[in-house]
Design a protein around this ligand. Structure first.
Ligand code: ACO
Length: 349
């Protein structure tokens, strides 16, 4: 007779969290490099060659915040899967631009969706937020505690970007992406993940004002501490090394070669960082999901927005390597075996 804990072990190893639908929301307004040329001393040529970005989306309406985009992305995922919000057990929302410091944006999304049976919380890990949330969500499914979890990455970066600072305002955009995770015992889903943080150099990328260290005051406003700050070069160096190493690490420990990987799904911060990661993995750029040109860096939303854009090219069994690097520093990678054919879901309206 199998001891009780071996049954539990079997649940934990065989039961995976599979992505069964993707949704997204992008504001209609486009902020192009040409538009930015009118705001700061920059050029389309500089931005394109240094970052790969051509335009980003902006949610201009001041009454609409991160939860507005998150709800729409999540609703799309549920609609396409044909599920009601009351069938969701947990909502994990990654963001650095919550509607308010509290309540969490996950609570606001839960109410707006009408997800009456779900609990939820926010994850703050900057550009690695979606990746970390995916990993946390998977534990709830693998353990048998939950059947369905919504993981949302959403950021209204335009609210923390200083549009007089040419070193940062060219980089970021607004958007949201969501995935529905469901229990799967057929070998699909999140098969492995690696997560790292290193808080030693947090000053390189942060929003110093607005928290308990520097509560909002006329002085913090004057010093523009309510805006994102980035020391670009050191972050760039860390990001290149961090993202490439972690992507290589997850491939090595799972005996994956470049040929085994259908797509690299990289955080969209800078085309040069993505290029370096792909080279380290031994995969060509035609196997890299890239939409930085159209959306810029949407922080927690970049990975699910890539999945939304490439969903129709994916088949069950495809191996994806997700990789991200962000403020904190935070970084990580995940191996996902894709679970579905997008044609079998309801079409996007
Ligand atoms: N237009 C024109 N010139 C500019 C601009 C601009 N928009 N911005 C900076 N410059 C100038 C600088 O002033 C500098 O001029 P100088 O040589 O006379 O001093 C020169 O261009 C080079 O500046 P660098 O900062 O060295 O440029 P770099 O090649 O490093 O590119 C960038 C800057 C794009 C920000 C890059 O450093 C980068 O991508 N960093 C990493 C971003 C990242 O991965 N962040 C993590 C995720 S974000 C998150 O977690 C929220």
């Amino acid at each position: 007779m199998r001891p009780a804990n071996s049954t539990r072990q079997s649940i934990m190893t065989d039961r995976k969290a599979a992505i069964t639908a993707v949704g997204h929301y992008l504001p209609e307004e486009r902020l192009t490099n040409r538009d930015l040329e009118k705001l700061v001393d920059t050029s389309d040529e500089w931005i394109t060659s240094r970052t790969g970005i051509k335009e980003r989306r902006i949610l201009r309406d001041p009454d609409k915040a991160t939860s507005y985009m998150a709800v729409r992305a999540a609703q799309m995922a549920l609609d396409r899967r044909g599920l009601g919000a009351d069938e969701v057990d947990l909502i994990i929302l990654a963001t650095v631009t919550p509607d308010m410091l509290f309540p969490s944006t996950a609570c606001l999304v839960q109410a707006e969706l009408g997800a009456g049976n779900a609990w939820g919380f926010d994850v703050l890990a900057a550009c690695s937020g979606f990746l970390f949330s995916l990993s946390v969500a998977a534990r709830f499914i693998e353990s048998g505690k939950h059947e369905r979890v919504l993981v949302i990455g959403a950021d209204k970066m335009s609210t923390i970007v200083d549009y007089t600072d040419r070193t940062t305002c060219i980089l970021f955009g607004d958007g949201a992406g969501a995935v529905l995770l469901e229990a799967n015992t057929e070998g699909y889903g999140l098969l492995d993940s690696v997560e790292h943080v290193d808080g030693n150099d947090w000053q390189g990328l942060c929003m110093p004002g607005g928290g308990s260290l520097n509560p909002p005051s006329p002085a913090t406003l004057e010093k523009k501490m309510h805006y994102l700050f980035q020391d670009g070069q050191p972050v760039f160096k860390k990001a290149v090394v961090g993202m490439a190493r972690v992507a290589e690490e997850i491939m090595k420990r799972n005996n994956l070669t470049g040929d085994d990987v259908r797509y690299l799904v990289p955080h969209q911060a800078n085309l040069r960082i993505i290029d370096a990661t792909a080279r380290r993995m031994g995969i060509s750029m035609d196997k890299v999901m890239l939409n930085i040109e159209r959306y810029g860096n949407t922080t927690a939303a970049t990975l699910p927005l890539c999945l939304a854009d490439w969903e129709h090219e994916l088949a069950p069994g495809d191996n994806l390597v997700l990789a991200a690097f962000g403020g904190g520093y935070t970084w990580g990678a995940a191996w996902v075996k894709w679970a579905y054919d997008a044609a079998t879901l309801k079409p996007v309206h």
